[in-house]
Design a binder for this molecule. Structure first.
Ligand code: SAH
Length: 397
């Protein structure tokens, strides 16, 4: 493989030596110095001393990732095998838990290779590729995975811009293909997933702890509103936790059959639950007109969304959205506010919460906060990797 020596600025050199895994776009004056995507980089400080070995791959997070801080460590087949093996070893408790058969097996930079993740679904693995650069090294990863008895089959998703080629792709790579939907378990709950069905795999694994908390602590006897509900996974947890009723709201038409399926695989009568295909902002207006109130509202919007009527950005609009939620939240009700926006931290998120309650003239208490679960391992000195922020809030009068 090509290896390209590149001088980075002093600030980047220092940060990388302190553990930062990402190579920022601004680390060099001209990004053409990185070479083509997939080029290995020997990163040097301004005096020409070795800092780290990495690769060039363009993502919104940066221009590439550090792979090693040891000048003598080669980036070869053995390197990839070592990193993936290490990740599997660290997930031993997950492999041994029969109640949870879906989890993140390899979490990018947290397991030593930024730009790729592997999710485990009852032995079937989904590899996500976040840049052209890392994708060009896939043969190393697939050769490693072929050696691993834990992998029954492997699928892939390319999550980088493929220059206009958004054709329906077959995501199967190798192994014994399961029948879809594949039923996985999470703390004893069932979820249907499909690894070969475009964008909607089925569940976001990083919310496992929150789903468990909804079922075990927050749902009993409550009227639940699940906004941005996707396949309704939070609603499933709420019903299994004894909710009085659930309303799941999502704009995507496919959320309706997908949510019915998640209820069905848990033996829940979906006709007794409401599933609404609608823009949540319209739903808030509708609920306001009807005087509807909920005792538990789950709010987990995408970081960015564009619909026909508006664009939404969590960084700018979260507080306003939370105000809309409060207008339909009963006195003493619980709001579970979540965001996966990597651009701000928990502190900032708390200021959005505070702002919304102040504007609504209501008091509140944050009962509990959740961050990424254990299998979503993150490196130190990489606040952006630790993106998930969830607050369980009691909304008083
Ligand atoms: N909370 C979900 C994941 C949400 S993914 C879970 O944990 O399972 C984001 C979802 O928001 C997508 O399903 C998308 O269709 C939906 N969405 C985006 N903009 C929306 C809007 N304005 N109104 C309703 N749903 C929207």
């Amino acid at each position: 493989m090509n290896i390209n020596s590149v001088k980075v600025d002093a600030k980047t050199a220092e940060a990388i030596r302190a553990g930062q895994p990402v190579i920022p776009k601004e680390a060099v004056r001209n990004s053409s110095l990185f070479g083509a995507e997939g080029t290995l980089l020997r990163l040097l400080d301004p005096s020409g001393n070795y800092v780290a070995t990495g690769y060039h791959g363009l993502q919104n997070k940066g221009a590439g990732w550090v792979l090693s801080r040891n000048e003598r460590e080669a980036i070869d087949q053995a390197f990839f095998s070592r990193k993936i093996r290490g990740a599997i070893e660290r997930r031993k408790p997950f492999f041994e838990d029969p109640d949870t058969t879906a989890f993140r097996l390899f979490n990018g930079e947290g397991d030593g290779i930024g730009g790729m993740t592997i999710d485990h679904y009852a032995g079937h693995w989904m590899v996500s590729w976040y840049s052209e650069g890392i994708y060009s090294m896939r043969q190393f990863v697939y050769a490693s995975l072929k050696e691993m008895p834990e992998a029954r089959s492997v699928y892939e998703k390319k999550r980088f811009d493929q220059k206009g080629q958004y054709m329906e792709q077959d995501d199967f790579v190798f192994g014994d293909q399961p029948d879809f939907p594949l039923i996985v378990k999470e703390n004893g709950m069932n979820f249907a997933v499909d690894l070969n069905d475009g964008a909607m795999t089925g569940i976001f694994l990083d919310q496992r702890d929150v789903r468990k908390a909804i079922r075990d602590e927050y749902a009993a006897g409550r009227q639940v509103l699940n906004t941005f509900s996707y396949t309704g996974a939070f609603s499933v947890a709420a019903v299994l936790g004894g909710a009085a009723g659930t309303v799941s709201v999502d704009l995507a038409k496919r959320s309706l059959p997908k949510t019915i399926e998640q209820f069905a695989v848990n033996g829940i009568d979906y006709e007794a639950q409401d599933i609404v295909v609608m823009d949540v902002f319209d739903y808030f207006r509708y609920a306001g007109r009807k005087g509807l109130e909920f005792d538990l509202v789950v709010l987990d919007p995408p970081s960015f969304a564009r619909s026909k009527k508006r664009t939404f950005s969590a960084a700018k609009d979260y507080a306003g959205l939370l105000e809309d939620v409060l207008a339909v939240t009963a006195k003493g009700g619980i709001v579970i506010a979540s965001t996966n926006h990597a651009g701000f931290g928990m502190k900032k998120f708390r200021t959005f919460i505070d702002k919304a309650f102040r504007s609504s003239g209501r008091k509140y208490r944050i009962l509990k906060e959740y961050r990424l679960p254990e299998d979503f391992r993150t490196p130190r000195n990489s606040p952006e990797s630790d993106y998930l922020k969830v607050a369980v809030i009691r909304a008083d009068g």
